[in-house]
Design a protein around this ligand. Structure first.
Ligand SMILES: [Zn+2]
Length: 400
């Protein structure tokens, strides 16, 4: 018996040791993270660079200061990823040239380290943080290029209109007078269906329908309405944030449908980016982020720092205004319950530069609400509620 045990162990261990010893460097092929891609989105005040990896990795950030030859305060931002390798074809320079960054490049710095180099034109601040499943490192860079100073988020009222001749401004006209650009984010899409109801209704379809209805409601008076997706397509969460930031949007509204293993769970709730204060919110954030609860806790750890720069108060005010209006509409006509305003670490809200909310308009896992979500009258009330909430927020009359 003992003999066989020994034989079995050596049969497993010896080839494994042999394989390990044949691999060059300490970042063995079995354990090394592979950098699989780099993408960026930008405008003159903001750049987001995303470095994709195939697994978790440890990284460090270094800012190289002052280049006396060209008299700029910062020269390069370096991200060193240890225990990592680059993929074929990545070892090249990616031109950015948006006024903040000149270019990005990824290279194998030494046998154990991949270095991402961002050549700086002019930046004021930066944040680097990881997201999980798949693992990616997000680099948000901000600055003000000459001639691109921050403009106020809310427009000054225009010249008085000839109100006698008009029946009174519509809701969207009132909004359009004050808000220049709104980004609507229909949750999920493509390979990610979101939550699916017992009757087969898919979250991704309802969120897209609601978003298009909201766009119709708000235009033509809001000058620009951007949708993060208009079709059944997969868009990574960090890209949705990047779209909102690079579009210089004034408000960001992400639309989702809740789900729970408890069939009876029901109601509408609105979220802002924050540390979750209850287990249900943490569970929801894990589902919406398509990640584990453990990753949600990791994110909360780094969020402490990120939240400080977020437009937290404005977001909570916006969430309160929208929640109040949507809940009122649904309660009066459909007896839907209000679960209030909550905070949770949603990836899609991390790093947004404008007041941002995520609305969970009902529970698709609740058979009653799934049925209502198929009813256009129900969806109309949701959209009417969101629109009125946006207006309340802009007019400063929303609940705080
Ligand atoms: Zn969702």
């Amino acid at each position: 018996m003992k003999y066989f045990k020994l034989l079995n162990w050596s049969a497993v261990l010896l080839p494994a040791l042999l394989v390990l010893s044949l691999l060059p460097g300490s970042a063995s092929a079995r354990t090394a993270s592979r950098v699989t891609g780099i993408k960026h989105w930008s405008n003159p005040n903001y750049t987001r660079v995303v470095v994709n990896l195939d697994r978790k990795a440890v990284f460090s950030t270094h800012l190289l200061k002052k280049d006396p030859s060209i008299n700029v305060p910062f020269r390069r931002l370096l991200i060193d990823i240890t225990g990592a390798r680059t993929s074929a074809g990545l070892d090249k320079s990616v031109p950015i040239n948006d006024g903040l960054l000149k270019k990005a490049r990824v290279g194998q710095y030494d046998k154990d380290t991949v270095r991402v180099v961002l050549d700086i034109e002019s930046i004021e601040d930066y944040k680097v943080f990881p997201l999980s499943d798949p693992y990616r490192i997000i680099i948000d860079v901000t600055g003000t290029k000459a001639g691109n100073e921050d403009r106020p988020a809310v427009r000054e009222p225009g010249p008085p209109e000839n109100r006698d001749a008009l029946p009174g401004p519509t809701l969207s006209q009132q909004l359009g007078l004050k808000v220049r650009k709104i980004v609507i984010d229909p949750g999920h899409g493509g390979k990610d269906p979101g939550a699916i109801g017992r009757g087969g209704l898919r979250e991704k379809d309802v969120t897209l329908k609601l978003s298009k209805m909201l766009r119709e409601k708000l235009r033509p008076d809001v000058q620009k309405i951007v949708m993060t997706r208009e079709t059944d397509v997969f868009i990574p969460l960090e890209e949705r944030t990047a779209i909102a930031n690079s579009q210089d949007a004034d408000l960001f509204v992400s639309i989702h449908i809740n789900a729970s293993t408890r069939k009876a769970a029901s109601g509408v709730e609105t979220y802002t980016l924050n540390i979750s204060n209850d287990e249900e919110s943490r569970r929801l954030a894990a589902r919406e982020n398509a990640t584990s609860r453990r990753s949600v806790s990791d994110l909360e750890f780094i969020l402490n720092d990120l939240i400080k720069t977020a437009k937290t108060n404005d977001s909570v005010r916006l969430a309160s205004a929208v929640q109040e209006r949507v809940a009122k509409n649904l309660r009066e006509k459909f007896n839907t319950r209000s679960n209030g305003v909550k905070g949770a670490p949603f990836y899609v809200l991390v790093g947004t530069k404008m007041p941002s909310i995520l609305v969970e308009v009902s529970y698709i896992s609740n058979p009653q609400e799934e049925k209502l979500l198929r009813d256009d009258r129900y969806l109309d009330e949701i959209i009417e509620g969101i629109s009125k909430g946006l207006l309340d927020y802009i007019n400063g009359t929303g609940a705080v």
